[in-house]
Design a protein around this ligand. Structure first.
Ligand SMILES: NC(=O)C1=CN([C@@H]2O[C@H](COP(=O)(O)OP(=O)(O)OC[C@H]3O[C@@H](n4cnc5c(N)ncnc54)[C@H](OP(=O)(O)O)[C@@H]3O)[C@@H](O)[C@H]2O)[C@@H](O)CC1
Ligand SMILES: Nc1ncnc2c1ncn2[C@@H]1O[C@H](COP(=O)(O)OP(=O)(O)O)[C@@H](O)[C@H]1O
Ligand SMILES: [K+]
Length: 512
């Protein structure tokens, strides 16, 4: 699903009005009714009081439409106009009059107005600012937002939490902390970034009939990926395939005390369908690997405790490298000389990334379209520090263009970047913040590359399937107990869902 910028949202809005021959107030009515229907479905006529805070633009206009429909369906409402400007929009004014026709006179809140009386358990609907925010809210509006945030009320934001910019950092002291964001048609990038995402606890994208053909024609910087985007990439196996069809992956790394990283990555690689898997480890890895995963072949370095040279006596399809490897001078030299002699995409993780950060000249040795899988700490070592999430993404995009790689920025919503686009993943859960889960991801991506998926496909499918396997773990256990090994076990079910016609996946429309 495409993630639109503020400008693209305005364009889709304008295009829809024109192509469907609508008046803008009719689109607002449709938007407001859609929000009302969602609320009505959840509340089912409950006697709770809803306090609707409206700005003076179109987001406020939406709030007024919602208020009118709530009233018509017998809900108890209190409506406020947060009067931060005199420039009321046309459609706001139309709906302001319609509400007054229903004998509702909203309370006008100004700088010195006392905070309205809201009882614990009442619901607050936030329609103060939408996508038209173009400067910081003034301090008194910020204070009102803080008061609303500190109450014991469910906070439902229309379109976006008020005070949040879509394409630049926001002053988070002046942003509504929404329990639910009822957004129009497509989710916004800020819902998925760590700093702003925590202000959007759950989001729901509501279809208001914006022209999807037009939206599909837009070239967006970001896309959301879930089951429906990944399934078409899935390749069914032909009846006459054999293990040679699915490649031979090498998982290289490990050092004394860190052979487990290779065990996890190699097993995940195998369970993602690589025909053959060989682990390349220092001598101390031989026995533990041979006894724990007999399906995986093992090659050892002459050294016992760390890798000092990487000599692979056959031509592997793909190499995943760096997990638990350490960054000592001899290991770095081995990595460098491996890259000098290697020309097809590699998957680099963990200490492989740290070595690239230590000796940036090695980045030039990376074969084109190699997949790099940093967590935030590794990313910072690679690209330098950033002031905010937007700068981070800009810097990461620059890096991708310069190096010619695919970058998998790991996190709650992992973002896969190639030179064209960013893909925001929707699967996964905080239970996956556990030792070794990144090693599993590297194994999965390497296994997919071994089978012939392109590097971008392997990164996208790998990230989605890894998160999905993590989510499946929670059907039988808790976030606390989840281990990286459990994720490997669930890979089977996660892949199997691609065979099923009617999967129950629907995380595109609703997220947390
Ligand atoms: N897209 C769609 O498909 C649909 C969109 N719809 C709805 O429209 C919403 C966008 O509405 P919007 O453009 O009127 O802007 P909104 O956020 O209400 O702000 C109002 C005005 O406030 C001003 N202003 C800005 N910052 C300020 C500040 N800090 N302090 C003071 N003033 C400030 C600024 O005007 P300015 O003063 O700069 O001229 C701005 O124009 C969108 O989120 C959705 O809810 C639906 O109705 C239909 C379908
Ligand atoms: N809160 C979270 N929600 C979803 N996925 C998460 C969360 N925290 C971590 N993960 C995932 O778990 C993995 C952690 O990787 P990493 O930090 O490299 O772990 P390790 O180094 O222990 O292997 C990443 O794929 C990341 O996206
Ligand atoms: K809002």
């Amino acid at each position: 699903m495409k993630i639109l910028s503020a400008e693209q949202i305005r364009a889709a809005d304008a295009y829809t009005i024109q192509s469907q021959n609508l008046r803008s107030e009719e689109l607002m009515e449709r938007a407001g009714i859609t929000i009302f229907n969602w609320l009505h479905q959840q509340l089912n006529g409950s006697p709770v009081t809803l306090h609707i805070f409206c700005g003076i633009g179109n987001n406020g206009g939406d709030g007024l439409v919602v208020a009118r429909h709530l009233l018509e369906h017998g809900y108890k409402i209190q409506v406020y106009v947060v009067n931060y400007s005199d420039k009321r929009s046309q459609d706001f004014l139309i709906n302001f009059d319609r509400l007054k026709e229903q004998k509702v006179w909203p309370e006008i809140l100004k700088e010195k107005s006392p905070m309205p009386d809201i009882q614990d358990g009442d619901i607050v609907v936030d329609a103060i600012f939408g996508t038209g925010l173009n400067r910081e809210p003034s301090p008194w509006v910020g204070r009102l937002m803080q008061d609303l945030n500190s109450g014991k009320n469910l906070l439902v934001s229309i379109d976006i939490p008020s005070g949040m910019f879509l394409d630049k950092p926001s002053d988070l002291g002046r942003v509504i902390h929404a329990n639910y964001v009822l957004t129009f048609q497509h989710p916004k990038l800020v819902f998925f970034l760590p700093s702003t995402g925590s202000f959007c606890e759950q989001w729901v994208a509501l279809d208001i009939g914006l022209d999807e053909a037009f939206i599909n024609s837009l070239d967006t910087d970001y896309e959301l990926i879930g089951y429906h985007e990944i399934r078409p990439l899935y390749r069914f196996r032909s009846k006459f395939s054999h293990k040679g069809t699915f490649g031979h992956a090498v998982i290289a790394g490990g050092s004394h005390g860190k052979i487990g990283a290779i065990k996890l990555a190699a097993e995940a690689c195998l369970r993602s369908g690589s025909g053959l898997v060989t682990a390349y480890v220092p001598g101390c890895g031989l026995n533990p690997l041979q006894s724990s995963i007999p399906e995986v072949m093992v090659l050892t370095d002459g050294e016992e405790k760390e890798i000092r040279e990487i000599k692979i006596p056959f031509q592997p399809t793909v190499v995943g490298i760096g997990m638990g490897m350490g960054t000592s001078k001899p290991s770095l030299a081995a990595f460098r000389s491996f890259l000098e002699g290697w020309s097809s995409p590699v998957v680099v993780d963990a200490d492989g990334l740290n070595m690239l950060a230590k000796e940036k000249a090695m980045l030039k040795l990376l074969p084109p379209l190699s997949v790099l899988t940093p967590h935030p700490g590794e990313l910072e070592r690679l690209i330098g520090s950033w002031k905010n999430e937007f700068e981070k993404l800009e810097m990461a995009r620059e890096f991708v263009k310069k190096v010619g790689c695919i970058l998998v920025i790991k996190g709650a919503h992992t973002i896969v970047l190639d030179k064209e686009k960013g893909y925001v993943n929707t699967s996964g859960n905080p239970g996956m913040a556990t030792a070794g889960s990144g090693d599993v991801l590297t194994g999965v991506i390497t296994g997919l590359l071994a089978q012939g998926y392109t590097p971008l496909e392997a990164a996208l499918m790998g990230v989605y399937v890894h998160g999905r396997a993590g989510d499946l773990c929670l059907q039988a256990q808790s976030m606390e107990s989840l281990t990286a090994g459990d994720i490997i076990i669930q890979l089977g079910t996660a892949f199997r869902e691609f065979y099923l016609e009617d999967s129950t996946q629907s995380n595109e429309e609703e997220g947390e």
